[in-house]
Design a protein around this ligand. Structure first.
Ligand code: SF4
Ligand code: SF4
Length: 364
């Protein structure tokens, strides 16, 4: 499965689910959004497997995505979830920071986990390179490509003018003869990066309707709590959990329940269609400039918003608008998503690789 096939589903509500399998990681990247350590939280495998067991052939996510922390610290769990997903027709993906890359060969259990998934993505950037040298990352990718695995790189950078991005992307293209797609995303001031990175909240007042396409795929946190977008501050409890972002818990809810809440929650649907700032201003009279997600966090506790959104949801025009927004996002395709949420100057790199050529031929 090529990276494009994953990005194509990105605007489709409940088309995928993210498993955060562990917060633990042996690396110490200075930008780590999850602030992972080797003694960070980790919950029993059976909780995650119980939820994966609720997928059925007729009701399952198209994509089952796994990350951490370092998901491949639990290779048996990755393999078991991937096997369960495949058995009912869901394709799987794992993202790793390649903690094992300096070993002469990929460890056997890790290799088996990677073989079990349909796509393997590796993180690398200037912070990862302080932990895992570029040459070691390239060696692992060569080993996997030679075995016929679909792989990609996820690279974080500080913007279109970041010289690191120009250097790494050019070298990856040369090294792998354009066979490795890359998703280049902006560094955010969350987790450890918050300690040294300037924070400039993005606000767009006066409020316009700016849909949040990230409120599409449910995200399972390390403790099993499911939220509608996986915002790290929310998942870490750094801000009180906004009621409208909470979808359930995998220890008691099944996929059907999580899927239904993702699709039917009036507030999540309204955030997807209109964005938080428009809702806050229209129904709550809020006109602060806190930032996009910061405004979203206040929606549940701002008087008038919940009631206003409920009325809005009943209007036939809202249903039409919801379908239109989703269709526009789907029509903009994987490249559209990479331009909006990644660093636009590097968006085309998601198409590299044989799979990309095949997909582009299909979409014209
Ligand atoms: S590899 Fe990922 S999880 Fe591990 S420290 Fe680095 S950024 Fe954090
Ligand atoms: S706007 Fe709300 S739903 Fe969207 S990413 Fe931010 S916190 Fe999540």
């Amino acid at each position: 499965m090529h990276l494009l096939e994953i990005l194509r589903f990105r605007p489709v509500p409940a088309a995928a689910v993210y498993f955060g399998l562990t917060r633990r990681c042996p690396l110490h990247c200075r930008h780590c959004s999850t602030e992972s350590l080797m003694d960070s939280e980790q919950f029993p495998a059976k909780m995650f497997l119980r939820f994966a067991d609720t997928f059925t052939e007729h009701n399952r996510p198209e994509l089952t995505l796994m990350s951490g922390g370092e998901a491949l610290l639990r290779p048996g769990l990755v393999r078991n979830i991937a096997d369960r997903a495949r058995a009912v027709g869901s394709r799987s993906y794992v993202l790793s920071g390649l903690y094992f890359a300096q070993k002469p060969r990929i460890p056997k259990a890790v290799r088996a986990a990677i073989e079990a998934v349909d796509h393997f993505a590796a993180s690398t950037d200037r912070f990862h390179e302080e932990e895992v040298p570029r040459a070691a990352v390239f060696r692992v990718l060569h080993e996997l490509l030679d075995a016929g695995k679909d792989v990609s790189l996820q690279i974080t950078g500080e913007g279109p003018d970041d010289p690191y991005l120009a250097d790494i992307t050019a070298e990856v293209r040369r090294e792998f003869d354009d066979r490795v797609p890359m998703l280049v995303v902006p560094l955010s001031p969350v987790g450890r990066a918050r300690e040294w990175m300037d924070q400039h909240p993005q606000a767009s007042y006066p409020a316009t309707a700016a849909p949040c396409s990230l409120a599409c795929w449910p995200v399972i946190g390390f403790n099993g709590q499911v939220t509608s977008c996986g915002n790290q501050d929310v998942m870490d409890g750094k801000v009180p959990l906004p009621a409208h972002l909470f979808l359930g818990h995998i220890a008691r809810d099944d996929w059907e329940t999580i899927r239904r809440r993702t699709l039917e929650s009036p507030m999540v649907g309204a955030v997807r269609t209109y964005g938080p700032e428009y809702l806050a201003e229209r129904f709550g009279g809020l006109s602060s400039c806190d930032g996009y997600c910061q405004t979203c966090w206040k929606l549940s506790t701002t008087p008038g918003v919940k009631e206003g959104v409920k009325q809005l949801t009943l209007l036939p025009s809202t249903i039409a608008m919801r379908q239109l927004v989703e269709q526009v996002s789907v029509d903009s395709g994987p490249l559209g998503f990479a331009r909006r949420f990644g660093i636009a100057a590097y968006a085309d790199l998601v198409t590299l690789g044989d799979g990309a050529r095949r997909d582009l031929a299909v979409t014209g």
